[in-house]
Design a protein around this ligand. Structure first.
Ligand code: NAD
Length: 271
């Protein structure tokens, strides 16, 4: 059963960073189901990226795998050249790649701090900059979309929920919130739309320990009023909407897709 029925992105070209696994992979497949050609960015998992390309081709879609570490400027520039060289332009960037390197604060090394910032924040900057350059060069193509380009940043509920033991991760996502809003404000008059999704707890490799045993999952559910752990498809559907003209007046907004995690669930009984 396909996730997306309507071909709302027919003819458009998308790049999804870190899409050889998890939420990024689901986003890539959903964008393809909506009619987009999709570039699957991976850092080292060529096999995983190849599987997502195969999955998209099996659906009758078009996809390529592109290697790049999003924290490295030269690699990001080369990746955009490859995608734009292949398909002529780009219409949608999904800045999805992200990592966690957790540690109690006083044990957190500078390397753990800098690496998380480099991928989660600098990586989004580098990719968004290349995408905006291309959107500005190309402008609006009315047959494709009412906007010149769309950027969707994958953030986290931890852009507003503090997270002990994960100070580097939550600081990177908090920074991303203002990155997204400031960029959205700067480029809106060029008809470029920038928005974010902030997932709650989604079952992926990044947080396996939080849901893989029944005890861990029961603990996690205490934080989720809607009483289920999220799936990558929950995020993918929203990203397709944010990339499509159905959301054309949505600019600089974060969609919290979290089963109510940001609703201070402790206050249901404890307030
Ligand atoms: P994941 O580990 O499956 O996905 C992260 C992807 O980023 C992987 O494919 C990884 O290879 C890639 N990546 C890491 N460093 C990279 C680099 N330098 N260059 C290119 N790619 C790189 O986990 P996920 O849960 O799918 O995470 C995707 C995004 O969703 C992340 O930004 C994460 O912070 C965010 N997120 C996840 C959850 C969740 O509950 N799973 C919640 C909130 C936010």
């Amino acid at each position: 059963m396909p996730l997306i029925i309507e071909k709302s992105l027919a003819g458009q070209r998308a790049l999804v960073t870190g899409s050889s696994s998890g939420i990024g992979a689901a986003i890539a497949v959903a964008l393809a189901e909506a009619g987009a050609r999709v570039a699957i960015n991976y850092m080292s998992d060529a096999e995983g990226a190849g599987e997502i390309v195969d999955q998209i081709q099996a659906l009758g879609g078009e996809a390529i795998a592109v290697q790049a570490d999003v924290s490295q400027e030269d690699q990001v520039i080369a990746m955009f050249q490859q995608v734009i060289g292949t398909w002529g332009s780009l219409d949608i960037l999904v800045n999805n790649a992200g990592i966690q390197l957790d540690a109690p604060f006083v044990e957190m090394t500078l390397k753990q701090w800098e690496t998380v910032m480099a991928v989660n924040l600098t990586g989004q900057f580098l990719c968004a900059r290349e995408a905006v350059k291309e959107f500005l060069r190309r402008g609006v193509v009315p047959e494709l979309s009412c906007s010149a380009g769309k950027i969707i940043c994958n953030s986290s509920v931890h852009d507003i929920i503090p997270w002990a033991g994960h100070v580097n991760y939550s600081a990177s996502k908090g920074g991303l919130l203002m990155f997204m809003k400031s960029l959205a404000q700067e480029v809106a008059h060029d008809k470029i739309r920038v928005n974010a999704v902030s997932p709650g707890a989604i079952k992926t490799p990044i947080n396996r320990s939080a849901w893989e045993t029944p005890e861990a999952e029961a603990d996690l559910l205490k934080l989720i009023p809607y009483e289920r752990v999220g799936e990558s498809a929950d995020i993918a559907r929203a990203v397709v909407w944010l990339a499509s003209d159905a959301s054309d007046y949505v600019v600089g907004t974060t969609l919290y897709i979290d089963g109510g995690m940001t609703l201070y669930p402790g206050f249901r009984e404890g307030g």
